[in-house]
Structures are given as structure tokens and as C-alpha cells.
Design a protein around this ligand. Structure first.
Ligand code: FES
Ligand SMILES: [Fe+2]
Length: 358
């Protein structure tokens, strides 16, 4: 892509109003919202939002803004019987409707029944909650055809997985540098010795686009640095990653060790992201902790350095974008995925697509 799309703050602003506001993005795990009134705040496309559990277990996502004069309603995470705005104490029920507004009832022009927090679309994939700010967006099964079945087949226990830990990192790069880097393994042999030797068998690596996802697969390394529990899953010895355009990936290391990537772009050249690690029924696992440590110390640290360097290089006056290396077999040394990302990006940035976002 033209280097300016990775460098220009105005482009980033347009992305927040288009591609990042019209795609499915990860909110949090349902297990974090176990009790009525529990909530988790997060940010997508420059908007503060929160996921909230109602008294009947329904989970909704709302914009984190009071309908009175716009104060933020909630911070962080917690549990509330009702949502009370810190400014003038307007109070909302757990379904988002206004419950009462002090000294406003009975005043001319005040109709509490017409006041409700603004909701975003929410979908639940085995407890992984995704949101979309575009109320007209097609459901995830249309954007990612066959995804549910493919993950379920690969990791039948996914429904029982609960987060054990979350680790935040910051890519000092544009978010597209981060996801392009994530979605090609052409650099794996040169840059990731631990992953290439101790986790996967590089010559078996392939990545296939399916809908707007990129599905990575590989066999495990014969020199695996940790134990595989062959009885735990029919694919315990395989590696898969299901990257969901634009900012999330389910990644299943041999083991099976389920972990995720979630990128939260903050500015044109800064992309915080978190890696989350999961245990069966939330049970702690020394293997998962070990892989999480090794991954942070090696693969993630190596990628952070690569992304920082690329971001610097993209702004060099001497840089002329080179051709992508495309292998029709879609194997390890291929960047067809970078081309797929570009196509999705160009489509999402078209004015017609942008026009749908209110
Ligand atoms: S802004 Fe929320 S009560 Fe006034
Ligand atoms: Fe990498």
C-alpha cells in the first residue's frame, strides 16, 4: 500500500469512522460479566463503550455516554444495580432505558420513556463477545463463513475455555503494519527462531483466506519445547490461527493452548494490543503460563522490534514499496495475505462503505 496510509493522521481519522466502525471487534469474555449489572469498558474506533449484563443474563453493549449532557457513565470494570451518571445522577436500568432523572420528571418537554443509551450490535461466539458499531453490519457468520464450525471442529472444548491472563503490549507502528506482520510467516524463519523450532514445523505452514478471515495452519515441531496433551483434542498436535479482519485472532498452539490477539489502534503510529491466554474451565495450567512467558519473551518481542523498524522505514524518503512475494501454494514464504488485507481495506475505505456509518 502507499506508505501514506500508514503515516497520515487524517487517514487514521477516516479509518476510525469507516473500517474500524463497521467491523466486528472483540469486547471481552462473557465470563467477565458473570453477575447481573457487571460491566467491562473498552475502546473501539475512538469510542468508549461498555458491555453490560442484564438481570436475565442478556449482554448488551452501549456507548459509554450519558444521554443528558454527554458525561461518561462508567470507568474500568465493576458491578452496579443501576447505572448512575456521575454528573447529574441520571440513572439508567441495566437494559439501557432511563430509570429516573432527578428534578426533571414532570417538567415540560421531558419524556423519560424516549431516553435510552445507544446500543451497538453484540454477538457471542462461545463466550467471546464481539461488537460492531455499524447497526447495518452483516452478522459474523456472513463475514466469516464456516468459522464457527471450523473452530469448533478444531477445538471442541472452546466453549469451556476461560481467560487466565491478559498481557498488554504496544506496537510502535500503524495497526496495518501490525496485522500484516501477524499474517505472514515469510519472516518466521529469520525472525522467530523459538516459534519456528519449538512450536511449529515451518515447511507445513499455510495460510488460506476464508471470507474475511485468514486461517493459518501448521503441524507441530518435532522439537516442541513443552508437552502436548494428545488426549485433550483430536488436533492437539496441530497449530491453527483464525485471524478475523481487522483486529482479532484466535490462535491455538499445539497443546492445545488457546490464546488470542486483540489490537486496539490508538493513533496512526501506536497500536496497543493484548494477548489473552485461556484454561479449560478456567483451571490454571503451568503449560499455558510457560508458553505465554516464552511467547512474550521471544515471538512478541521480536515482532515489536520488526514493527517499530518498518514504521520508521515507511517514512523514509528513500523507500519505494517493493513487490509482494506470492506463492500460489499459499505456503510459509508467501505474502498473499498482505494482498488480501489490502483488498479488504480498500473496500472498507470506499466512500460508499463509509456512508453507512452514522
Ligand atoms: S450528563 Fe449525565 S446526568 Fe447530566
Ligand atoms: Fe512475527
Amino acid at each position: 500500500m502507499d506508505p501514506s496510509v500508514y503515516l497520515d493522521g487524517d487517514v487514521f481519522g477516516r479509518e476510525q469512522r469507516s473500517v474500524l466502525s463497521s467491523t466486528w471487534q472483540y469486547a471481552c469474555h462473557r465470563s467477565e460479566l458473570g453477575r447481573p449489572g457487571s460491566y467491562v469498558t473498552f475502546e473501539i474506533a475512538g469510542e468508549s463503550l461498555f458491555a453490560l449484563s442484564d438481570s436475565d443474563g442478556t449482554i448488551r453493549t452501549f456507548y459509554n455516554v450519558c444521554m443528558h449532557r454527554g458525561h461518561r457513565l462508567l470507568e474500568g470494570r465493576g458491578i452496579r444495580p443501576k447505572l448512575v451518571c456521575p454528573y447529574h445522577a441520571w440513572t439508567y436500568r441495566l437494559d439501557g432505558r432511563l430509570d429516573h432523572a432527578p428534578h426533571a420528571e414532570g417538567r415540560p418537554g421531558f419524556d423519560p420513556d424516549g431516553i435510552c443509551l445507544t446500543e451497538a450490535l453484540t454477538e457471542d461466539l462461545w463466550g467471546f463477545l464481539f461488537v460492531n458499531l455499524d447497526r447495518q453490519a452483516p452478522p459474523m457468520r456472513v463475514i466469516f463463513p464456516g468459522l464457527r464450525e471450523a473452530i469448533q471442529e478444531f477445538l471442541p472444548s472452546i466453549e469451556r475455555m476461560r481467560p487466565l491472563e491478559r498481557r498488554w503490549f504496544t506496537a510502535e507502528s500503524n495497526w496495518k503494519v501490525a496485522i500484516e506482520n501477524y499474517n505472514e510467516c515469510y519472516h518466521c524463519r529469520t525472525a522467530h527462531p523459538s516459534f519456528s523450532r519449538g512450536v511449529i514445523l515451518p515447511r507445513t505452514y499455510t495460510i488460506r483466506p476464508v471470507g474475511q478471515s485468514l486461517q493459518h495452519r501448521a503441524e507441530s515441531s518435532p522439537e516442541q519445547y513443552y508437552e502436548i496433551d494428545y488426549a485433550a483434542s483430536p488436533h492437539a498436535a496441530d497449530y491453527r490461527s483464525f485471524y478475523l479482519w481487522p483486529l482479532f485472532s484466535f490462535q491455538i498452539y499445539p497443546g492445545p493452548v488457546l490464546n488470542t490477539f486483540c489490537w486496539r489502534p490508538e493513533s496512526v503510529d501506536r497500536t496497543p494490543f493484548f494477548r489473552e491466554w485461556f484454561g479449560l474451565d478456567g483451571e490454571d495450567s503451568p503449560t499455558v503460563r510457560r508458553v505465554a512467558d516464552e511467547d512474550a519473551r521471544t515471538t512478541v518481542a521480536e515482532d515489536l522490534a520488526l514493527m517499530r523498524s518498518v514504521q520508521g522505514g515507511l517514512s523514509s524518503r528513500g523507500y519505494r514499496p517493493g513487490p509482494l512475494v506470492i506463492d500460489p501454494e499459499m505456503g510459509l514464504n508467501s505474502e498473499h495475505t498482505v494482498a488480501a488485507i489490502k483488498a479488504w481495506y480498500v473496500e472498507a475505505m470506499r466512500p460508499a462503505a463509509r456512508g453507512r456509518i452514522s
